[in-house]
Write a protein that binds this ligand. Structure first.
Ligand code: SF4
Ligand code: SF4
Ligand code: SF4
Length: 317
């Protein structure tokens, strides 16, 4: 059945709905009027089709003219970017885990092919599972954004399409947003980089979107691991994909979209395999302002206590 939220760009194959592989008709490629029409948009990232090419990272840097972040060879992994930051608005994580991926055949030489000549010193280890998952991480564009709530200058705003935007010409570099982001996304740019001191993160390519273009990272993704589009369409697509993977042996496939916490859902959500912590995604992210009520109550109680003690001291003088 056609989903109620489906738009005309959805096509059916064998009774199921797909957006992927539609070439120039894909939501990653088509021009749109989402900003003019106030349509809530988002990203759905599916690591099971990511090939770790990092085209998204490069396209983001090129379009937004983000300075390089050191080209440091860590020696620990092919993931030399390390983490999101003021000069890394897209980061392709390379997650290595000692477990099986779906119906993957595990072990270094465990294919059972008698033509494979195994070296004597490296015997087959079918009991030695390993999986490598690539996930393109980005600002989550939270429904209730800690960074936006903490900003004292109004530099961080919500756009018509539901994204969270930092206006760098208004930012005073106080850094309140940095400590208020539950995902550790936004950061201040260090010296001697251009615009040092200011806070930076993904803009959701708001400049491109105002002109009807899709975000640069989604545009270049060759496998459509990053899918850009209407939020309701993407959520329907994500649910369908999780179901499909589970039916094909990926029993630990799940959607990461914390709608039940004070963040109230994210506009860049992820399909993940296994626990969210392995991807640096907190299981229950909260915005710091939810602790305000308890803090003010404690401060009020302390003030009343101090007043009573002072009055008692005067009374017994
Ligand atoms: S992930 Fe962090 S920086 Fe991005 S919108 Fe949410 S609170 Fe702000
Ligand atoms: S939406 Fe634009 S700014 Fe954000 S990660 Fe993608 S390319 Fe970079
Ligand atoms: S998300 Fe797409 S562009 Fe980015 S690394 Fe994966 S396959 Fe490449």
């Amino acid at each position: 059945m056609r989903p109620a939220c489906a738009q005309t760009h959805w096509q059916t194959r064998g009774g199921r709905y797909f957006m992927i592989g539609e070439g120039t008709h894909s939501t990653n490629q088509r021009r749109h009027t989402y900003v003019r029409d106030n349509v809530q948009v988002g990203f759905f990232t599916d690591p099971t089709v990511c090939i770790g090419c990092k085209a998204c990272e490069v396209a983001c840097k090129e379009w937004n003219q983000v300075p390089d972040d050191g080209f440091i060879w860590s020696g620990n992994s092919y993931d030399n970017t390390g983490h999101l930051g003021a000069s890394t608005w897209r980061h392709v994580m390379f997650v290595e885990q000692d477990r099986q991926k779906g119906g993957q055949i595990v072990g270094g030489h465990s294919l059972g092919d008698s033509n494979v000549n195994l070296p004597v010193e490296a015997p087959a280890k079918a009991e030695d599972p390993f999986r490598w998952i690539f996930v393109s991480d980005v600002c989550k564009h939270c429904e209730q954004a800690g960074c936006l709530e903490a900003c004292p200058t109004g530099a961080i705003v919500r756009t018509e399409i539901g994204s969270v935007l930092v206006q760098n010409d208004v930012c005073n570099g106080c850094g309140y947003c940095v400590v208020s982001c539950p995902f550790g996304v936004i950061n201040r740019r260090p010296e001697p980089l251009p615009d040092a001191g200011g806070a930076f993160k993904c803009t959701f390519c708001y400049d491109r979107q105002k002109s009807g273009l899709t975000p640069a990272c989604a545009k270049v993704c060759p496998t459509e691991s990053i899918v850009f589009g209407r939020l309701d369409d993407l959520r329907a697509r994500a649910r369908q994909r999780v179901q499909q993977l589970q039916q094909h042996g990926y029993s630990d496939a799940q959607l990461y979209d914390p709608t039940e916490t004070s963040v109230r859902g994210i506009h860049a959500f992820f399909l993940i395999l296994g626990e969210s912590e392995a991807y640096g995604l907190p299981p229950k992210p909260q915005i710091p302002t939810i602790h305000l009520k308890a803090s003010w109550t404690a401060a009020f109680a302390a003030a009343i206590g101090a007043l009573i003690v002072t009055l008692c001291a005067f009374a017994f003088l």
